[in-house]
Design a protein around this ligand. Structure first.
Ligand code: FAD
Length: 321
């Protein structure tokens, strides 16, 4: 069955986030030949439209408005709902990022639509698309189907392999005028970066430190390893609570949920709330001096020993490669 799908593209530092291409890949499968639209909110993004076309968009809406240059819940909700009324898609796909997590339920509620959030996979059963999403902090997975009407879906980063696919219809760029009013005032904007400067939620490799790093300085060897591997640095809540690093690095049930190709846990015990944020990583390496630490139960590779000896050795070896 053909479906029209609208994907909200997410731009960070002037570039499209990879999860946008994952959402377009999902959109292409979901559309079954129907129209795929993408939307770029904010000024000066027109040069990015070609990349969206390369990943399957048949048309790209350019909503160039100064109030959309940065995310505000009411500005984006107004713009997205106006676009949905205009484009009338069957499905609206958003990345499951800080923006998507905030915007999708707002816009879905405003429009009286259903929402399937935090999807990690898409399958077909009885000819119908079925979305896979983790529940109970990642201990189980459930399958969700659409009911009647329009649906919002958010896609968790790093789960759907990106496929390039030039639209066979050619891509149209459509300026879309939005009417934004009654915005609340933004008092302060805080932009935090991962220690190594790599975006934690989309990083292919993450090096995380726990209470075992013992101090803020204890993160330095981890950051050196991250620099060599082009990785992001993350942390357990234990390390954040102890004041060794910022809460923006926290991984887990009440922090970020990530799915990197490689996760290296250093001095982290492996509490269930931490596992909820990283247990779907493709390969897990644990470094802990306690051989009984629960993190070893989920690790593919375990190293029993002192992280302050092992991490510098790894850095040295990777530097030689
Ligand atoms: P610890 O449990 O103290 O473990 C430190 C580990 O370091 C130990 O295993 C020790 O053997 C090892 N170690 C010490 N020195 C060294 C060394 N030199 N070399 C190698 N290993 C060493 N936690 C999260 O991480 N994320 C969450 O989102 C989260 N949400 C929570 C939500 C709720 C509602 C609650 C109640 C808790 C939550 N927690 C969360 C906290 C969680 O339960 C744990 O307390 C926390 O994960 C422990 O952090 P840790 O592993 O760094 O510290």
């Amino acid at each position: 069955m053909e479906r029209s799908v609208l994907v909200l593209a997410e731009v960070k530092d002037g570039k499209l986030r990879n999860v946008t291409f994952e959402a377009l890949t999902a959109a292409r499968r979901l559309s079954e030949g129907g129209r795929i639209s993408a939307a770029l909110f904010g000024q000066g993004h027109q040069p990015l439209a070609a990349e969206l076309a390369m990943h399957g968009a048949d048309q790209v809406y350019l909503a160039e408005h100064a109030e959309l240059d940065r995310y505000t819940p009411d500005g984006y909700t107004q713009a997205l709902t106006q676009l949905i009324v205009h484009d009338d898609p069957d499905v609206i796909l958003l990345p499951h990022t800080a923006i998507g997590k905030d915007l999708a339920p707002r816009a879905a509620a405003r429009m009286g639509c259903g929402l399937i959030s935090d999807c990690t996979g898409l399958e077909w059963k009885d000819g119908e698309p079925v979305f896979i999403r983790p529940i109970y902090a990642g201990k189980a997975f459930e399958s969700r189907r659409f009911a009647a009407g329009k649906w919002f879906v958010t896609i968790r980063p790093n789960n759907i392999p990106v496929e390039e696919h030039q639209s066979s219809h050619g891509c149209r760029e459509i300026p879309f005028a939005v009417d934004i009013k009654d915005l609340r005032t933004v008092v302060k904007e805080v932009i935090s970066k991962s220690l190594a400067g790599v975006d934690l939620s989309e990083a292919k490799i993450v090096i995380s430190g726990g209470r075992g790093v013992k101090s803020a300085e204890g993160f330095e060897p981890l950051q050196e390893l991250a620099d060599v591997l082009g990785a992001a640095v993350g942390a357990s809540r234990g390390a954040c609570d102890a004041g060794y690093c910022d809460y923006s690095l926290q991984i887990g049930q009440t922090g970020k949920v990530i799915t990197p190709d490689l996760y290296i846990a250093c001095g982290i015990s492996g509490a269930i709330q931490h596992l909820a944020g990283m247990s779907n990583s493709k390969v897990i390496v644990a470094i802990n001096k306690d051989p009984e630490a629960p993190i070893f139960q989920v690790a593919d590779y375990g190293i029993v020993g002192d992280l302050f000896e092992i991490v510098p050795l790894l850095t040295e070896r990777f530097r030689e490669m």
